[in-house]
Design a protein around this ligand. Structure first.
Ligand SMILES: *Cc1c(COP(=O)(O)O)cnc(C)c1O
Length: 224
């Protein structure tokens, strides 16, 4: 894998689009991340709290770190001081915990609500009804140290492009609906995080603002 070329290719591909890429560096060594950094990448994504924290400590401080994996409430405290965006918020309780840690760290922590759009049962996320309830709940307004900036979704892992496109369209349409209906100070919807190495082209066409790409930059992983 030529990491530098891959970064330059993504930069070129996304030029003149409203979409940016997050280099998903999970399982990859510091050297690989530095290579991507030197080629110009500044947004990196990890799915495990410990790995994210370890990498944050040793890497340049102008990196924007994105937490893209399932997050347990008892681990929020480790990433709260520095995380740029948490993509995987899937409950009100988790949001309350992130807010609590935001208060402790005197910062407002940006969050995306993860929506369940796939057919696979294995994926995490809120249903349309759950996200509506969460965003309409009165106690949401009390959480002044979080900001909900958009939605995240993962399409079914399939070669069926029609299916993938349908799922991305459903996320985009939900995003539009929420944007027009929800009027709260800590909900400012601007980001749609969708698209990975196998389906980012479709995601960009369907309105993604953040694609999360790992293997197409760093090569295959040995484990997830
Ligand atoms: C691993 C991962 C990615 C990147 O996957 P690739 O197929 O390697 O691009 C994107 N999003 C999430 C949530 C991930 O866990």
């Amino acid at each position: 894998m030529n990491i530098k070329n891959n970064i330059l290719n993504f930069e070129k591909k996304l030029l003149n689009t409203a979409c940016e890429f997050i280099a998903v560096s999970k399982t990859k060594p510091i050297e690989d991340i530095l290579e991507a950094y030197e080629a110009g990448a500044r947004k990196f994504g990890e799915n495990k709290v410990q790995e994210l924290t370890e990498k944050y400590l040793v890497l340049p401080k102008d990196i924007e770190w994105h937490m893209i994996g399932h997050l347990q409430r008892n681990k929020v405290k480790y990433i709260a001081p520095f995380v740029h965006l948490i993509h995987s918020v899937d409950s009100f309780k988790l949001l309350e915990e992130i807010n609590k840690e935001g208060v402790k760290n005197s910062r407002v922590i940006n969050c995306l609500l993860q929506i369940y759009i796939a057919e696979e049962e294995t994926k995490f996320g809120l249903s349309e009804k759950e996200v509506m309830d969460l965003l309409n709940s009165e106690s949401l307004e009390k959480l002044q140290n979080i900001k909900i900036v958009g939605l995240m979704g993962m399409a079914t892992n399939t070669y069926d492009e029609t299916q993938i496109r349908k799922e991305f369209k459903s996320l985009k349409s939900l995003f539009g609906k929420l944007k027009s209906q929800i009027d709260k100070e800590n909900v400012v919807l601007s980001e749609i995080s969708m698209g990975m190495s196998g389906d980012y082209d479709i995601a960009i066409e369907e309105g993604s603002t953040l694609i999360r790409v790992g293997s197409s930059i760093f090569g295959k992983r040995n484990y997830n």
